[in-house]
Design a protein around this ligand. Structure first.
Ligand code: BGC
Length: 834
């Protein structure tokens, strides 16, 4: 008999850890098995699958249900008003009521596996007689999301809240991201989970998507490179990732039903490309299909997407899981190659069994789904019997979070070197609610349960600054009182509390502080998350009048005393800045940097760290300028049966099933591809970001003036300023547009210098491949590099090209032909140049 030992270390006191018990778990033969039965890890996987009953197979491809760990305090709060798990009606939104929970043996199994890592989003079924343990899947992506305390165990189980994905991408530093991944993966491992549900790599199609903070960029190349580094970092710890949400899931409005109507070219070049890169460069253990439909088919039911593209075209080796309750037809999901249905319901297993018996589902397909799950399970720490500690090194990980936080902040404006604050600034006046109630990350499943979060004022004090105390008291009192008066939002424990309107500060107070302190900091905060999109309104995309007048009045008063005014943007997604950016001296885009927020911001404004982040997403002048503005978030379709789902209208927006559609008319012109091609001015362009030093570019060299198989591009960067710093060097390509439309520029490579001291230089080398030259031709389903002259443009942003050169491609090259897939069912009125 094959046995594995799992040692469980449990916390008994806040400071000490005592080995309570050594639990010998037999992963095999719990009960009535005979030695003849195949065992996972000993027998070949195919043999194990052959030894499974149909019922067991159907059970393995559906998760063990959603078990929401809701703290007692929240349950008590829910009892007194709206905001329960099901809102009005009190139904758990993830579990349709009245469904049979299977037989008692099944229920006992479910009860057993649910005990693993409380607060995880889901678990797969275990089948002890075949040596098949459960697999624990937990969110993601800004850190591991599990319950921080447990009813039946002492101690705490906090995880590190790392900076949000958008900040991480703004570092353009794949080595840093790998480090963050290592730390995050280590917490997954040490808390006993197997797979983290992230990273998220949907494209920032529109700044209002409520989950943009969980995603990296408007550009698929940046997205793919950063995601690959993250997956490699996490998986280096022996745990898995689930890259999500595959694909074209770029909004929260009607997320369960929306039909994304999009061209094959935009899919291949924009919405799938980041996933292609991450699959081919880092082989994530799993992929999570998204909720939406693409061109009429749910992604989880799309054979085109999950088999032809993901596996046949890209060579994905792992398994695909649904998003939680995604799609409707379990049989179609199995056939499509969506191997695991999460969180899983017995009725889905029952339907799969029935379909096999009735000949609607070939058992060979089901076998393949099971095989894929088992192949990944074999690599998992739980299968290997890893002895987890429940004690990751949170202190070391906090340091990683702090450093990553600083490296992804973007200095948007720095008039007369207002930053760093300098020796003479010791006492600060901090304005803005979020200087005190800092936002460390977004809401929903991407929210991490961290042990603490450092507010801006705490970070400042930690670094020896003094912060005006009476202002602090006034803000904290105002925030507390306003919160107490606000009605609770439905689903507040998932969607967060509604924001507290910015406090109005009296002119006399500002005047007094302008006299008494050395500089003013004004924090503007925004939050959003799973379940709803943002609005192009004051208080969200736009600043409110109170915020604008706060910036204006504080600037007037402090400037009249010769003192600096710094605005700090504590936001998860893009906001409008054009109408007020001229006012303050400096603007630091801090994003939402995780639990170390206040320390990270202080590191940058004090000059301890020289900012080196660059925008991975454009800041447009106004919302109307956004290419997808008129097609976001689409429309709800006329009454149909789906509207008649009882109680549907009363469900929170993210659980409603109203048929809807969105048409991606902007096509490939997303982000800077649009603004640059159509000469639309922007507030801050893609790739932009200042430093406390300056850089010079020199000696751009191409390996040849004719393109053969590859081209090498070298460029030299010198720190021409006075302090040490790092530069993100970007390489854009302008391609000939003979047959196909081409964006004015496309990012094809980037690199970040090492820390360069004043006067130091570094030569960076980039390889340009055939792929980089190619565009997707729908007529032939192939990637084609058109003959002609290509321009290489290098510089610090997508609108600041320091050096350019060109090369020639003699003849068209067909770089690769792929599956004809995901064809739209109707004409799309696409934006185009020709
Ligand atoms: C989200 C996923 C998440 C899952 C499990 C879904 O609602 O869309 O991103 O991983 O829940 O919590």
């Amino acid at each position: 008999m094959h046995k594995k030992s799992i040692t469980i270390i449990m916390k008994t006191t806040r400071t000490g850890y005592v080995l309570l018990s050594i639990l010998v778990v037999s992963l095999v033969c719990f009960s009535a098995c005979t030695k003849k039965e195949p065992q996972l890890g000993i027998s070949p996987v195919k043999k194990v699958v052959a030894g499974m009953t149909l019922e067991e197979k159907a059970m393995l491809v559906t998760g063990t249900g959603m078990f929401m760990e809701i703290p007692d305090s929240i349950i008590a709060a829910m009892a007194s008003g709206p905001g329960g798990p099901g809102g009005p009606g009190g139904v758990n939104p993830f579990q349709p009521g009245g469904e049979s929970q299977g037989d008692s043996a099944y229920q006992a199994m479910v009860e057993r596996v649910r005990k693993f890592v409380p607060g995880s989003a889901g678990r797969t079924a275990e089948i002890p007689r075949l040596g098949i343990p459960t697999m624990v899947l937990a969110d993601g992506p800004a850190g591991l999301r599990i319950s921080p305390t447990r009813k039946d165990a002492p101690g705490t189980f906090y995880c590190t809240a790392f900076p949000i994905a958008t900040l991480l991408a703004s570092s353009w530093d794949t080595e840093l991201i790998y480090k963050v991944g290592e730390a995050m993966g280590n917490e997954v491992l040490e808390y006993g989970a197997d797979i983290i549900l992230g990273p998220g790599l949907n494209i920032h199609r529109n700044p209002l998507c409520g989950r943009n903070f969980e995603y990296y960029s408007e550009d698929p190349y940046v997205t793919g490179q950063i995601a690959a580094a993250m997956v490699n970092g996490i998986q280096s710890q022996g745990v898995g990732t689930s890259v999500k949400h595959f694909a074209a899931n770029n909004q929260e409005t009607n997320r369960l039903t929306v039909n994304t109507i999009v061209s094959e070219r935009a899919l291949r070049e924009i919405y799938l490309e980041g996933f292609r890169i991450v699959i081919t460069e880092s082989q994530p253990w799993t992929v999570m299909s998204s909720y939406n439909k693409i061109n009429g088919t749910y992604t989880s039911e799309s054979h085109d997407l999950l088999t032809r593209i993901l596996r046949d075209d890209w060579g994905f080796k792992g398994y695909v899981m649904t998003d939680w309750m995604g799609g409707v037809n379990p049989v179609a999901q199995m056939k499509a190659g969506n191997d695991l249905l999460m969180p899983g319901r017995p009725s889905q297993s029952a339907e799969i069994i029935k379909a096999v018996k009735e000949g609607r589902l070939d058992e060979e397909i089901l076998n393949l789904n099971v095989e894929r799950i088992l192949n990944i399970l074999l690599q998992s720490p739980r299968f290997k019997g890893y002895v987890y500690s429940d004690k990751p090194d949170l202190k070391a990980h906090a340091e990683v979070a702090r450093q990553a936080g600083t490296d992804g902040m973007v200095l948007l404006k720095n008039q007369q070197k207002a930053l760093p604050l300098g020796e003479n600034v010791r006492t600060l006046a901090a304005f803005g609610n979020t200087s005190y109630e800092i936002i460390t990350g977004g809401t929903g499943s991407g929210d991490v349960n961290e042990a603490y979060s450092i507010s801006l004022v705490t970070g400042l004090k930690n670094a020896g600054y003094s912060v005006n105390e009476s202002m602090q008291e006034e803000y904290l009192k105002y925030i507390k009182e306003t919160m107490a008066k606000k009605p609770r939002r439905p689903f507040f424990f998932m969607m967060g509390s509604a924001p507290v309107p910015e406090m109005e500060v009296k002119l006399a107070t500002i005047r007094k502080l302008a006299n008494e302190t050395d500089a003013a900091l004004i924090t503007i905060g925004r939050n959003s998350g799973e379940g709803s999109d943002r609005k192009a309104e004051p208080g969200d995309f736009y600043l409110t009048d109170t915020e604008k007048s706060l910036i204006k009045t504080v600037t007037q008063e402090f400037r009249s005393k010769g003192k600096k005014i710094i605005v700090i943007l504590n936001i998860g997604g893009v906001i409008e800045v054009a109408s007020w950016q001229d006012v303050p001296d400096a603007i630091l885009l801090a994003w939402q940097p995780g639990q170390e927020t206040g320390n990270s911001i202080t590191d940058v404004i004090s000059g301890k760290v020289n900012p080196s982040g660059k925008l991975a997403t454009t800041f447009p002048i106004s919302y109307d300028n956004v290419p997808s503005a008129k097609n976001f978030p689409g429309i709800e379709l006329p009454d149909t049966a789906a509207r008649e789902i009882p109680g549907d209208a009363s469900r929170p927006s993210f659980m409603r099933k109203v048929p809807a559609e969105v048409v991606y008319e902007e096509d490939i012109y997303v982000g800077y591809r649009y603004y640059n091609t159509f000469n639309v001015p922007v507030a801050y362009e893609f790739g932009y970001g200042l430093s406390y030093t300056t850089f010079e570019y020199s000696r751009l060299q191409l390996s040849s003036s004719e393109f053969n198989d590859q081209m090498t591009v070298t460029v030299n960067v010198t720190n021409s300023g006075k302090v040490a710093g790092r530069e993100v060097v970007q390489v854009y390509l302008t391609s000939p547009a003979r047959k196909l439309d081409k964006p004015a520029e496309k990012l094809v490579a980037f690199g970040k210098t090492v820390m360069l001291n004043s006067g130091e230089s570094q030569a960076l080398t980039f390889i340009i491949n055939k792929n980089d030259l190619a565009s997707f031709d729908e007529a032939s389903s192939s990637w084609i590099a058109e003959a002609g002259t290509y321009e290489i443009k290098t510089g610090p942003s997508s609108r600041n090209f320091k050096l350019t050169d060109s090369f020639n491609l003699e003849n068209d090259i067909i770089v690769g032909t792929v599956s004809k897939a995901l064809t739209p069912q109707r004409e799309i009125n696409k934006l185009h140049q020709k």
